[in-house]
Design a protein around this ligand. Sequence first.
Ligand code: NOJ
Length: 711
Amino acid sequence: MGRIDTLLATMTIEEKIGQLNMVASTLAITGPGQLGDVREGIRTGRIGSLLNHWGADEVHAVQRLAVEESRLGVPLLLGLDVIHGHRTIFPVPLAEACLFAPDLWEKTARAAAEEATQDGVALTFAPMLDVARDPRWGRIVEGPGEDSWVASQMASAKTLGFQGQDLAAADSLAATAKHFCAYGAVTAGREYASVDVSERTLREVYLPPFSAAVAAGTAAVMPAFIDLAGAPMTANAPLLQGWLRRELGFEGVLISDYNAVAELMNHGVAADAVEAAALALKAGVDIDMTSDCYVRGLPEALKRGLVTMAEIDVSVRRVLDLKDRLGLFDDPYRRGSAWPHGVRDAERRELAREVGRRAIVLLTHRAAILPLPPETRRIALIGPLAAASREMLGPWASAGRAQDAVSILEGLKAALPQCRIDHATGVDIGGQDTEGISAAVDLCGGAEVVVLCLGEAAAMSGEASSRADLGLPGRQRELADAIFDLGKPVVVLLSSGRPLTLPWLFERADAVLATWFLGGEAGHAVADVLTGRFNPTGRLPLSWPRLVGQVPIFYRQRPTGRPTKAGEHYSSSYLDVPATPQFAFGHGLSYSRFTLLDFKCDPSSAKAGEFVEVSVTVANDSEVDGEATLFLFVHDLVASVARPVLELKGVRKIVLKARERGRATWGLSTGDLSFLGPNLNRVLEPGRFEIHVGQSADPAGLLTEVIELTP
Ligand code: NOJ
């Protein structure tokens, strides 16, 4: 008998259920109802895993209780939300998505895993793979943006990065793909609200990133808090047991979200903790995170015949198996003992700076005032986010510390030692006090340029942080207007966890950059871009709305019978605002100017199984070295099911010196032209397809060729 069989045969029912019980430590609070001291529960085998507990000594101390003092000595599984870095904090995931660079996505996850495992952590609740098309939802900051293809690329990169080559290694962190699924589609962007999407949208948009995570070997998956058309995900047997386990063959661990098993009662599908526990377990949820329903409910559920011992055993086996794969049985203290803190810290900070500057999106640049000329001698740095180092870490910074974060003020000072930088806050982020505005305006008097740092507080996005108004909070608009009225050159830096709807600001500012929450190196990253030491290359992973009334907004629209047409009354449009976004998916300016030419698809007709080489020349028509980003979209012109007007199939980045040209190529497989047919089975239908390349999803900038798929 193997180790796990022997253990299973020896365990009491309480010990088995203990393995399915994850309890919160009091080190960090990420949900309601903390349970306080857990030591006794560990000793008696009633707790199999712990979340929010880290630090090598702290982890080893609780691990000793499990290994040395519990009857069977089964090691604990230590989980933590290591979302975008652990001690070294990288840009928030939505900002990282702007890189369109799977190699860097993987690197930051690897770095996070190295640091978190040094702190004894064995499991992260990441990556978050929720496609989101509604920026009212605060959790849009945690994810990959609006596109399923991008989300799938991120799923693979992050999973590989966290888990490394060998899950048992001392620096490998088990990944949890979350939140399964369609959480991003909460009604009206309101946190935890119900979701109701079609089976087709589910399969075309929301499920593919989870397939990618499973294909990359994710150790765990977390069902979302929400219900899908009345079936709460924590008890959604068709999707968990049916799609994920049977259809996809996922054999890892399903971990409920925080208290979500108990919340099945609030959803109205379980009368008590016993029914809630039975529903979740039968749906395949192995670990109950913090709700205590498995402990309280499963013994009674067994008596009532709602679950069987065999079903409990299946889940216990999966949990023990994960502990085994993580090497915890062989050496429970491996994580946290391999090397001391500090090893390769500088390298990781450099990575944070590189990823930080790559995440910055130059949204507008009307007056060519960037980069700041080297002879600049006086800058007024104004606004509530200018010297806000804590905010730079974003809403969920694991073990990141405010004192390690570089504010924009600090970054600019370090980059421009010869320059006088006057700083004033003007107003608070969300406050109503306008008294500081006149002093801030006065400070701008002698400045050659004003850098205005506006946006949201970090806590205004993330979990439980939906907003219905996506304008600037508090009195920031008054501050901005007073500064614009001076008539000086103004560069705006927008720190936020989501796109903000600010058409007036985009009209008035000379340049606006989306700087999101860039992490510990935020200030240096911003300074690199403002000074031209780094030429911006970040691209939007979502369509940026003009007004809240346009959301949900995304490029992958289906055609309508009455296409949007300016001036045409009976067309798909609004009376009061254009139907187009403020900035298209993929938008992002550069200090260079790129032109696309000589677009080819070769051959122009193909059969199933063949490839078409798609290529385009990119010309850097400027005197500045830079990096262009090219997007490849397809559109099936006539199909048995109406296909989106654009579907992303590839992205290329190409580095070009001033006046240099280069060619970007893709091998488009005919598989890329397949889709889910009328019965939701994958089909490849002969016919004509538009192939587009462009620098964003803005139709005005796309080059188009038509190819034919022949029978
Ligand atoms: C609730 C969140 O939805 C989830 O993303 C997170 O992993 C857990 N809390 C644990 O903190």
